[in-house]
Design a binder for this molecule. Structure first.
Ligand SMILES: [Zn+2]
Ligand SMILES: [Zn+2]
Length: 261
């Protein structure tokens, strides 16, 4: 085990070397992850008569990499002033009765999609009623999404993949209803590149916070031109390309601050 000496402790030789070295700098979390009150009000991005949704959120225990309980997550969505939360656990789906109970407890619409770890990266799906391992293969997934009338969105296309390959532009245009043009773990460092890409490819651009903590809820949202209270409406609007991402992070926090996997 290596020991990291505190300043002023440890052998004198090490102290002398330390004194000449610049202090180690560590990437800091953006301040809104300590104080989510710094996030912008979703009301400013809500189209008249429309709604603002969190489309990408993970809770424990269904997503083991998350640190937030579903009730805390949903309560924070209410605090943030969102109209809808869609829970998108990793390769797992919430039951309808559980969603109804959450929705009733917190008086906000709660729906569930999934984030599938496929051979073409992470894919958000909306409108499927169960999880099965065959959904992790793109060809099978696309067939099922078509036959079930669901919709799929390529998650965080700006993130490098640890395995598999990224879909080509042609595959995105052919097979996806949308791409997550703004993801909460990434700054919009490409200056709207992924929004323009979505427009060029003829798919819907959405935004998602990729929630793994309470503070991250509603840092990025998707705006819809009408209220979304049911999955059918969400899927239809994604097919109709009637949605757009809204970045609610304070401008200073938009620099890239990717969460390590
Ligand atoms: Zn992901
Ligand atoms: Zn995710």
């Amino acid at each position: 085990m290596t020991h990291d000496y505190d300043e002023g402790h440890g052998p004198p030789a090490i102290r002398r070397v330390r004194a000449r070295l610049p202090r180690r700098t560590r990437p800091r979390n953006p301040e809104y992850l300590i104080n989510p009150n710094l996030l912008l009000d979703p009301a400013g991005g809500r189209p008249p008569g429309g709604s603002m949704a969190e489309l990408h959120a993970h809770s424990i225990p269904r997503s083991r990499d998350s640190g937030v309980q579903p009730d805390v997550l949903v309560a924070q969505a209410v605090t943030r002033g969102l109209d809808l939360v869609v829970l998108t656990e990793h390769n797992a789906l919430w039951r309808g009765d559980e969603l109804a109970a959450l929705s009733e407890r917190h008086e906000i619409h709660v729906l569930a999609g999934m984030e599938l770890g496929t051979d073409l990266g992470h894919i958000l799906v909306f409108g499927l009623d169960h999880y099965s391992p065959e959904l992790l293969t793109m060809d099978a997934l696309r067939t099922i999404v078509r036959s079930e009338g669901a919709a799929m969105v390529l998650a965080h296309p700006m993130r490098p993949l640890s395995s598999g390959r990224k879909p080509s532009w042609e595959e995105i245009a052919d097979r996806f209803e949308g791409i997550e043009a703004v993801n909460g773990d990434h700054g919009d460092q490409a200056d709207g590149y992924y929004r323009r890409l979505a427009a060029d490819l003829g798919v819907t651009a959405v935004g998602g916070s990729d929630v793994h903590s309470r503070e991250a809820v509603g840092r990025v949202a998707t705006a819809f031109p009408e209220p979304v209270t049911e999955m059918d409406t969400l899927v239809r609007l994604l097919h109709e390309r009637r949605a757009h991402p809204v970045d609610l992070r304070p401008p200073v926090a938009r620099a890239d601050h990717r969460r390590p996997d």
